[in-house]
Write a protein that binds this ligand. Structure first.
Ligand code: SF4
Ligand code: SF4
Length: 291
């Protein structure tokens, strides 16, 4: 078995602030049977995010057709799409008066459009009920159906288009089986070409075995593909059955990545050990001029 690295002192899970807002959101989610990444992935920032009224919803079920060994989402044969989900999601966003929502999904390689129409239906439903709410989508790679997915997404674009590269190309085979680095970069480039007014965003995890220089190289390639917003956070293994943490990146190194990101021209970079793709997404979007 792989050696388990000791967690350094800067990896601290903040105690969930038990604000009334936090419980209000949890209760509504339970009633509506909606999934959030915040809860499913046991995100360390949940107290802070729910307390502020930010959440990341996971649509199209909780079973993924892929099996990335860093990921804690369940795998298996997905359930049929719930046609009521866009409406339920929109009602929840409105009831909770969320100002900024992130909508993401499992990978649905079983659907002919990869789920693009369902994303659009969710965006449209939220906009109808909450026109002032900003919507970020964090999409799967739509591999094998990119043209179709882009044509659909263009009909009701989000406020921010996010797709995570997750790791450096050398580690794709181990970490993202079924995905392709160049394909994912191209997805964001193509979206930017088709909907130039919408900022594109991507995220990386560190601690999977990459070097600092490899991270910097991916950041350069992101900029070369028009990506404007960046997140980098520390990978934490969800369990002993997931990929092991190969290193804990020091706060000084995160600061270096942040400086480099600014120098490369990212409009916003959220970089730090506890940063997740949707952490402070509202503030990032604000910095990028979305809100
Ligand atoms: Fe949810 Fe993202 Fe906040 Fe984590 S960082 S609690 S996933 S909104
Ligand atoms: Fe998890 Fe996404 Fe990989 Fe599915 S495609 S296993 S949800 S990281």
């Amino acid at each position: 078995p792989a050696e388990v690295l000791k967690k350094p002192e800067w990896i601290r899970v903040k105690a969930g602030s038990a604000s009334s807002r936090f419980y209000e959101i949890k209760n509504v989610l339970r009633e509506q049977k909606l999934h959030t990444v915040c809860e499913e992935a046991s995100c360390p920032n949940i107290g802070e995010c729910f307390g502020k009224g930010t959440a990341t919803f996971m649509i199209m079920g909780d079973k993924c057709t892929r099996r990335c060994p860093f990921c804690d989402v369940g795998h298996g044969r997905p359930d049929p799409l719930d046609a009521e989900e866009p409406k339920k999601l929109a009602q929840t966003v409105a009831a909770l008066k969320l100002k900024y929502v992130v909508v993401t999904s499992v990978d649905r390689d079983d659907l002919r459009d990869g789920g693009a129409q369902h994303f659009v239906d969710c965006i449209t439903a939220i906009r109808e009920q909450s026109p002032a709410t900003r919507i970020e989508v964090l999409v799967p790679d739509f591999r094998g159906r990119l043209d179709k997915a882009l044509a659909i997404l263009k009909t009701a674009p989000p406020d921010v288009m996010n797709h995570n590269l997750e790791t450096v190309p050398r580690l794709y085979k181990e970490s993202r089986p079924g995905a392709d680095y160049a394909f994912s970069l191209n997805l964001l480039k193509r979206f930017k070409e088709e909907v130039p007014g919408v900022p594109t965003k991507s995220g990386l995890m560190v601690g999977l075995g990459e070097t600092d220089e490899e991270i910097l190289e991916v950041m350069r390639e992101m900029r070369a593909h028009g990506i404007e917003m960046l997140t980098i956070g520390q990978y934490l293994a969800p369990s002993g059955h997931h990929l092991p943490v190969r290193r804990y990146v020091h706060p000084d190194t995160f600061k270096m990545f942040e400086r480099e990101a600014a120098a490369m021209g990212f409009s916003h970079a959220a970089v730090g050990a506890m940063v997740r793709s949707s952490y402070h997404a509202d503030q990032q979007a604000h910095a990028a001029g979305v809100t």
